[in-house]
Design a protein around this ligand. Sequence first.
Ligand SMILES: N[C@@H](CCC(=O)N[C@@H](CS)C(=O)NCC(=O)O)C(=O)O
Length: 218
Amino acid sequence: MQLCGHSVSPYVERILIVLEMKGIADAVVLSDVPGGFKSDEHFTYHPLGKIPFLLLDDGQSLTESQVIVEYLDAVLDGRKVIPTDPFAAATASQISRVLDIYYTNAIGPMGRVAFGGSATDDELAKARDIDIPAALGYLEKLINGSEYAVGDSWSHADAALMTHFYWFERLMPEFGVNGFGGYPNLSAYWNHVTGTDLYKDSKARADASFDKFFGGKP
Ligand SMILES: N[C@@H](CCC(=O)N[C@@H](CS)C(=O)NCC(=O)O)C(=O)O
């Protein structure tokens, strides 16, 4: 199987972290988008021209990072990243979903400005003062403040948190959003995660990929 995309995307990195959690990092080959980013061929695999997408050996393909994670967890060997306990599994899904819907929308204005687009001062202020605190407050309730997002081992929720929060740390300070000070559970969790090899490996991949595509800025 071929995973198309680059580590500069948190959605690609989520899948790479999950493969590492499962102990089978080489089960999927990471590759460029066939035909090039936004090529006609790219749109045949992803109708919105986004990364990541997964090409299966039988010619079929899948989009959406969380869906790809769940598919790989089902078909590949290695420890499961979807918790077996139903409530823990639902909690992990809640965390990934809150990140992908509320948190991602909340940081939208900052993301646009950081990557060459624009946002008004009002949009940036609303993101900083209302939408980002609301999304972080939601996550604060779902995370138990221990070493792992859910239970006592890694799950796909940790992969989603690591990749979104890599960008939180990298981008947010210049927009006046600093750390997880008001959120004790997130704070304790993040302190632990950033010291792990899993996060350090992911950060190194994302840093290198960012430098390759954007020359080290922001
Ligand atoms: N919901 C999608 C998000 C994918 C996404 O937004 N990818 C970005 C890179 S981080 C992209 O390809 N953007 C290019 C574009 O939208 O044109 C997923 O989870 O896979």
